[in-house]
Design a protein around this ligand. Structure first.
Ligand code: KG4
Ligand code: ZN
Length: 361
């Protein structure tokens, strides 16, 4: 099938997403988030997210079909995020997708969430005939593709040879995700949830060099050399940074002094962004990556965009930053990957597959 009509379902974290694509054309990208219900906890509560997916799924599906102007019967295939993500949340989407596939007889594709994040680069922009960012004129994936994914739930560097079967995880966080670090530090600074936008904003008035916060897994022991790479050369760690911020805040409080929120926010942000951009560019240059796609909710960060653009340019790496609505979790990315698999003749998944919270790439 060329230009298959594919419905994509995403429920791995707190966004219930249903996207519809025809080939590389985006027809609908409907997202319902349970973010508001997690605010008072300062982080995503899995049980709340699962229940919210149950409530939001049918209305989100209906709205996406309406926006796209298609019916379920017209769809060529259904794609659903099988993992990685929150177990209960994933299960809602997978169960719903299986039910739809059984009821309609449509083929079902189990999709890896991380690979789906990269696949948004396949989509044409605004229905224009501008070539999609990741595809050559021959319809092949650009050679030397990599991705840096930074969100509330995951932080990875990927090398992508083929979206169907050749994706390599070069590095990942060994503790907190980047967005999670923002959310936790925002809490320490008594800023609002989600913490990313709040810290991004607060940091604008602060000196990023005011505090010298640790750069996780950046010393020689973890990095090693090109010839003899350390175990965590491309990996991240943000929990030590969070602890360092907590110590500084405690010291100000103990001294009865006002906590310098802008200075701490700016210095914290500089640490996170410095490490992400440095390791992303290092991984790219050492793995023949010449096009780097940025994805995940933290892609909204102004300093990350700025420094990554600067460092990619300095190393001759082409940086692709999709629109933010396609960087955060959504169903369109799942549909985009599903459509790619269908048009490449990849067979559907058996209905026996289950949600896998730790699904590897
Ligand atoms: O991809 P996403 O929408 O969903 C989840 O991972 O659940 O990412 C949300 C994360 C949150 O941790 C939020 O604090 C972070 O992205 N975030 C940001 C910014 N906007 C959102 N982090 C830093 N700077 C921002 N401007
Ligand atoms: Zn994600």
């Amino acid at each position: 099938v060329t230009n298959p009509l594919v419905l994509g379902i995403e429920t791995s974290c707190d966004e219930t997403g249903v996207g519809i694509v025809r080939g590389r054309t985006l027809l609908a990208n409907t997202v319902s988030s349970s973010m508001d219900e997690h605010v008072r906890f300062g982080g995503v509560i899995p049980e709340i997210a699962s229940r919210a997916h149950l409530e939001a799924f049918v209305p989100t599906l209906q709205q996406a079909l309406e926006t796209a102007g298609v019916t379920l019967e017209e769809v060529d295939a259904i794609a659903v995020t099988a993992g990685p993500g929150l177990a209960g949340a994933l299960m809602v989407g997978v169960s719903a997708a299986k039910a739809l596939a059984l009821a309609t007889g449509k083929p079902l594709y189990a999709i890896n969430h991380l690979v789906a994040h990269v696949s948004v680069g396949l989509l044409e922009r605004d229905g224009s005939d501008v070539a999609a960012e990741l595809i050559t004129d021959d319809g092949d994936l650009v050679p030397g593709l990599g991705a840096v994914l930074v969100s509330g739930g995951h932080t990875e560097i990927l090398r992508v040879g083929d979206l169907a079967d050749d994706v390599q995880l070069l590095g990942a966080t060994i503790d907190d995700a980047a967005g999670e670090a923002y959310d936790k530090v925002a809490r320490l600074l008594e800023l609002s949830y989600p913490g990313g936008p709040a810290i991004d904003h607060a940091a604008r008035g602060g000196d990023p060099a005011a505090f010298k916060f640790p750069r996780g897994l950046s010393n020689a022991k973890y990095m090693g050399t090109v010839e003899s790479p350390g175990k965590h050369r491309y990996d991240f760690s943000f929990s030590g940074l969070k602890t360092a911020v907590a110590r500084v805040v405690e010291a100000y409080e103990a001294a009865g002094e006002t906590v310098p929120v802008a200075e701490i926010a700016a210095s914290f942000q500089e640490s996170v962004v410095d490490v992400i951009t440095r390791k992303a560019v290092l991984a790219a240059t050492e793995n023949n990556i010449t096009t780097l796609l940025l994805g995940g909710g933290v892609a909204a960060n102004s300093r990350l965009r700025e420094l990554l653009a600067e460092r990619c340019a300095a190393h001759g790496i082409r940086l692709v930053v999709p629109p933010l609505s396609l960087c955060t979790d959504n169903g369109a990315m799942v549909a985009a990957l599903g459509a790619r698999l269908v048009s490449r003749g990849v067979g559907a998944s058996s209905l026996e597959f289950t949600a896998d919270p730790g699904l590897p790439v």
